[in-house]
Design a protein around this ligand. Structure first.
Ligand code: SF4
Length: 698
């Protein structure tokens, strides 16, 4: 119901992969925002919003919005016209590429954008700039999940099942996911399953709010997911809790798995993980004996130098037990970024073209070239991944376009990243607020926030949803795709970027995705509105999409069989030492989103969590003589920060935990390890070696 003089604009929350439905309440007279309401009609959240969702709209008219283009003059960013700013950007791109070659200009983008914007970034890099060096911040989030899914089942959709299936499971395995804080509105699904009698197994080093609902909590030493997964598989195989018929008919690799996990006895796994053998046996039996079960995980599993191995190891639980392709049975990763799923489908990954096509595949290159109206040879090959781009700034890469990302907070070892950024000949950032990264730019271009955007995103389930924007923009802000189109025009490539609306971009994206793994061809804006979103793949307009994958037990490999892949436990890249005796892990809190560039500006959220802190177990705190609320210095081989201590029994004695949403002197990523997982190139955010010191003053 609307009040007099108001109207409701139907859209989706921007702050996590659930993409909860909400209505923005605006005044009809000028479209100014009055507030938000959760949507009861959208099945994902059914009339609820978490604190971030309730407060998200407050960024739209925030006093710190960047309202005009800015150009650096005499060391200061000063107001400029769009023409001045875009002419400068264009001439710098041309100068740098003329001097050093096309690949010397890089594009680093994000996944908190609509599908249409993500698609445009990939296209602009390849045929606007002509550079191979494009990648995006999703590389930090879940690229190992993406790689793991592809290598195990040949398809990378974040969830094999719709979220409604969670309540149908008899057992849930939640690994490395603090669902209660990071995807709060997934909890009603988990509680629903529990209330119907499902058992809940949580695998996490901390006794998080999510772990509080667990029947069994396996509080593993960080970086030991492969070992615990192998331990669970060992018990399931030993107890005959596997589905031999499913394995025989629909998988390959089981014999090798049996050989590898044979040595992962509960006793050995207990030594590696620190979890009692009885708990490992109980958890394995709970999962193995259940009829239906979901295995769900997140960054705690993925952000490791062995993240891809760990993902495929957890997928093995579903495969050996045949708990896949059924109501209540499958696996999923919780996407962290608002459009974490869509962001990785449309070609802004350096190794991909739209529709999840491999950029090295000659047929894929031919097809996308035909959609874009260029020669295949005009599409550059794969370039550097996200962190590798940053490492090459000032070296191989002399100029950078940064879009919707804040790598100087979100990257590992950011002391180094700051130096890399300063080494650039030219740096342009597109952002809505002056992020810590944008502050270093030569030109800053103001962009729309989510409630001003029209378009689509793809949620954690693989459901494509429709976002409608309010008809009001402050100052001179433009949508990212409009800015990119204008730069392309100035570069003489405008004919490839002539769009009048996001729907026109989406219709091109549909064609580009046709026949690919993430096939959106049958999805239209009209259908999205009628159906409360559509699950991909959806190859034809009369198709209704595919909420549940693998119901036909056909996996995406030539023989149709899933690959059971076996991995040995290797452990973290960086080990604790005498000098750095504690394991440092990082993560999120419910009140903030990613680098905090948006949520740190919303008082309704910062009032609850204004600053970072370090969680320390009471026994560890005693050892260092640290009291609750006292100031401590945390150091790793790469740097240090100073924060207050939070003494808590929820954490293991051998580790400490710091949330990562703050920048500058409060950024925990000064300390994290930039070691990359070799296949997916995800950095190992979740483990590094650290030490603690009590200090008296800042
Ligand atoms: Fe937004 Fe996620 Fe909260 Fe839903 S659960 S309101 S999508 S942050």
């Amino acid at each position: 119901m609307t009040r007099d003089g108001e109207e409701l604009i139907s859209t989706h929350c921007c702050f996590c992969g659930m993409q909860c439905g909400m209505n923005i309440r605006v005044k009809t007279v000028d479209q100014s925002v009055v507030g938000v309401e959760p949507r009861y009609d959208f099945p994902m959240n059914g009339g609820r919003l978490c604190p971030k969702g309730v407060a998200a709209y407050r960024q739209a008219e925030h006093r710190e919005r960047i309202l005009h283009p800015l150009i650096r003059k005499n060391g200061q960013l000063v107001k400029a016209t769009w023409d001045e700013a875009l002419d400068l950007v264009t001439s710098k791109i041309q100068d740098i590429q003329g001097k050093y070659g096309k690949d010397a200009f890089g594009l680093y983008s994000g996944s908190s954008m609509t599908n249409e914007k993500c698609y445009i970034m990939g296209k602009f890099a390849r045929i606007g700039l002509g550079t191979k060096n494009i990648d995006y911040n999703g590389r930090y989030c879940m690229s190992s999940a993406s790689y793991g899914f592809n290598q195990s089942v040949g398809i990378d959709r974040g969830s094999t099942n719709p979220w409604s299936d969670i309540k149908e499971a008899d057992v849930l395995v939640l690994a490395g996911s603090n669902t209660a804080e990071c995807h709060p509105l997934s909890m009603p699904y988990i509680w629903g399953a529990r209330d119907k009698g499902a058992k809940i197994i949580v695998i996490d080093p901390r006794e998080t709010k999510t772990a509080l609902v667990a029947d069994v909590h396996l509080d593993i030493r960080p970086g030991t997911d492969v070992a615990i997964g192998n331990g669970l598989l060992h018990v399931m195989i030993a107890d005959g809790l596997v589905d031999e018929q499913f394995i025989e008919q629909h998988t390959t690799g089981y014999e090798r798995l049996k050989e590898v996990v044979a040595s992962y006895t509960p006793q050995r796994v207990a030594e590696i993980t620190g979890v009692a053998p009885e708990k490992i046996i109980t958890a394995a039996r709970l999962y193995g004996q259940a009829k239906e079960g979901m295995v769900m995980f997140a960054r705690g599993v993925e952000q490791h130098a062995t993240g891809t191995d760990a993902v495929s190891t957890y997928v093995n639980l579903s495969l050996v037990s045949g708990k896949i392709g059924k109501k209540g049975s499958g696996f999923a990763t919780f996407t962290g970024q608002g459009n974490g799923q869509g962001g990785r489908e449309h070609g802004q990954k350096t190794d991909q073209l739209p529709g999840f096509r491999k950029i090295t595949d000659p047929k894929a290159r031919e097809y996308i070239a035909s959609v874009w109206g260029v020669e295949e040879s005009e599409i550059p090959g794969p370039g550097l991944s996200a962190f590798e781009i940053l490492q090459q700034l000032g070296k191989e890469i002399k100029g950078l376009l940064l879009v919707c990302s804040n790598p100087i907070v979100s990257s590992p070892s950011i002391g180094d990243v700051g130096e890399y950024l300063k080494g650039l000949d030219f740096f342009v950032a597109i952002d809505m607020f002056m992020s810590e990264s944008a502050e270093l730019a030569d030109v800053v271009l103001p962009s729309t926030v989510w409630i001003e955007d029209n378009g689509t995103t793809t949620n954690v389930e693989g459901r494509v949803v429709r976002l409608k924007g309010i008809n009001r923009r402050p100052g001179e802000v433009k949508a990212d795709w409009e800015i990119i189109s204008e730069i392309a025009d100035r570069l003489g490539r405008g004919k490839y970027f002539k769009y009048n609306s996001p729907e026109e971009i989406f219709n091109e994206l549909r064609v580009a995705s046709k026949g690919g793994i993430a096939d959106y061809y049958g999805i239209t804006y009209e259908k999205l509105e009628k159906m409360q979103g559509v699950f991909w793949p959806c190859p034809t307009e009369d198709d209704e999409g595919m909420p549940r994958l693998f119901e036909d037990k056909k996996f995406n490999f030539p023989d149709g069989k899933a690959k059971i892949l076996a991995f040995e436990h290797k452990g973290p890249n960086e080990q604790v030492s005498e000098e750095f005796p504690l394991i440092l892990s990082t993560g999120r809190v419910v009140y903030h989103y990613l680098s905090g560039n948006q949520t740190r500006r919303i008082e309704a959220l910062t009032n609850f969590c204004p600053d970072p802190y370090v969680e320390i177990h009471p026994n560890t705190a005693r050892q260092y003589n640290i009291g609750n609320g006292e100031l401590v210095k945390i150091s790793s081989p790469r740097g240090h920060i100073k924060v207050v201590a939070k003494i808590t029994k929820i954490i293991r004695e051998d580790m400490i935990f710091v949330p990562y949403h703050w920048g500058k002197q409060l950024a925990i990523n000064h300390l994290t390890n930039p070691a990359l997982e070799p296949k997916s190139k995800i950095p190992e955010f979740k483990v590094c070696a650290a030490k603690l010191e009590k200090i008296e003053t800042l």
